[in-house]
Write a protein that binds this ligand. Structure first.
Ligand SMILES: C[S@@+](CC[C@H](N)C(=O)[O-])C[C@H]1O[C@@H](n2cnc3c(N)ncnc32)[C@H](O)[C@@H]1O
Length: 336
């Protein structure tokens, strides 16, 4: 059986930095090899989101890749060949070495691109843009959608110009963002709004049509407020609009409340032997408390999961990406 696991942003791995810092679980060859393949597949997927959620981690990826050798191919895509995105990413790491890890990973960027393509979105809203890395992924997809729209005008009835509104609070980042947008000639498509996300939402609610895709990546503490505002004020197109929320498996958020991870790690520990902390099997450190941000994200996850107005699922991709859309299912009386 082949296990397909996306291993991304390997370019900036610093394995030694990860151990003993943010990573709780270092899974290495023997522990992994001793697992039955079906569990292994599960473990790989879950461990991936777990360990990769820590900035500068990646040891697990190296470990997993080494352990699985031929069974874990890298995620490969020939699309899109976007050289400028690579450059933008590099520039961000040079200019802001501490902050750059808050960008979406390349694999997430590619997934955002695909989501815009798959939904055929024409109006996109982004909260939290930093230097524009995710913005450019979204804009490139919007451009592709626009091209296909022009090729099929007879079948489309939406005649408004496509646009992406990027909202960012930090004036220094906004300067870079503007530069990025100008440099790549994305201006007619991308408009930038400087300011707090909640103020931007308030300002655009009466002036803009609903958005087909909304990407939340600003202040994690305000996620519930963004979500509520968007739904209450009809900012997400209905019925097809898609909300995409980053970092929803943030660091400790999935520990210890996230049962699949706990379960497979326990299983791995028992298979690896009694001494779970030994190098070569599994090293755990369960004493750290979830960070404040992690607790906000956990609260957000609970809030959304309990909301009958929407349906959602969390993708264990990089730091966790939640996809949310309007509820399509007819609800039973106890669910309403
Ligand atoms: C995780 S980063 C965004 C990364 C970007 N989406 C990317 O992938 O390249 C979060 C950004 O949100 C901005 N931010 C934080 N709080 C905000 C707020 N209340 N309103 C708007 N932007 C905010 C930060 O300045 C930061 O640039």
């Amino acid at each position: 059986m082949r296990h397909y696991v996306g291993l991304d942003h390997c370019r900036w791995l610093r394995p030694s930095a990860a151990i003993g810092r943010r990573m709780r679980h270092v899974l290495t060859g023997d522990a992994l090899r001793s697992l039955p393949s079906v569990d292994l597949q599960h473990l790989l997927t879950e461990a991936y989101c777990w360990d990769h959620s820590a900035p500068n981690s990646g040891t697990s990826h190296v470990g997993l890749a080494a352990a699985m050798d031929h069974t874990v191919p890298f995620a490969v895509s020939n699309q899109p060949a976007l050289q400028h995105l690579e450059e933008l990413r590099r520039t961000a790491f040079v200019r802001y070495p501490q902050q750059a890890s808050m960008m979406v990973s390349p694999l997430q960027g590619l997934w955002l691109y695909w989501l815009v393509l798959l939904t055929g979105a024409r109006r996109v809203l982004e909260l939290g843009s930093f230097m524009g890395y995710s913005t450019v992924w979204l804009a490139e997809a919007l451009k592709a959608n626009t091209n296909s729209y022009h090729a099929n005008t007879s079948t489309h009835h939406d005649h408004t110009a496509p646009y992406l509104m990027a909202c960012e609070m930090n004036p220094e980042y906004v300067k870079h963002l503007k530069h990025t947008v100008q440099n790549l000639a994305l201006e007619p498509l991308v408009s930038i709004r400087q300011g707090a996300a909640l103020e931007s939402l308030e300002a655009i609610r009466s002036t803009h049509q609903p958005f087909d895709l909304i990407f939340l990546d600003a202040n994690k503490r305000e996620y519930v407020q963004y979500y509520e505002f968007i739904l209450e004020h009809g900012l997400l197109s209905s019925p097809q609009g898609l909300m995409v929320v980053d970092n929803t498996l943030f660091h400790d958020t999935i520990h210890p409340q996230y049962p699949p991870v706990r379960q497979v790690l326990d299983q791995a520990a028992s298979l690896a032997g009694a001494d779970g902390s030994a190098q070569g099997s599994i090293a755990t450190n369960q004493t750290r408390k979830p960070s404040v941000t992690a607790r906000h994200l956990y609260r957000f996850n609970q809030h959304v999961a309990a909301d009958p107005r929407t349906e959602q699922f969390i993708m264990p991709l990089f730091d966790g990406l939640t996809l949310i859309r309007h509820q399509m299912r007819a609800l039973g009386p106890t669910e309403r």
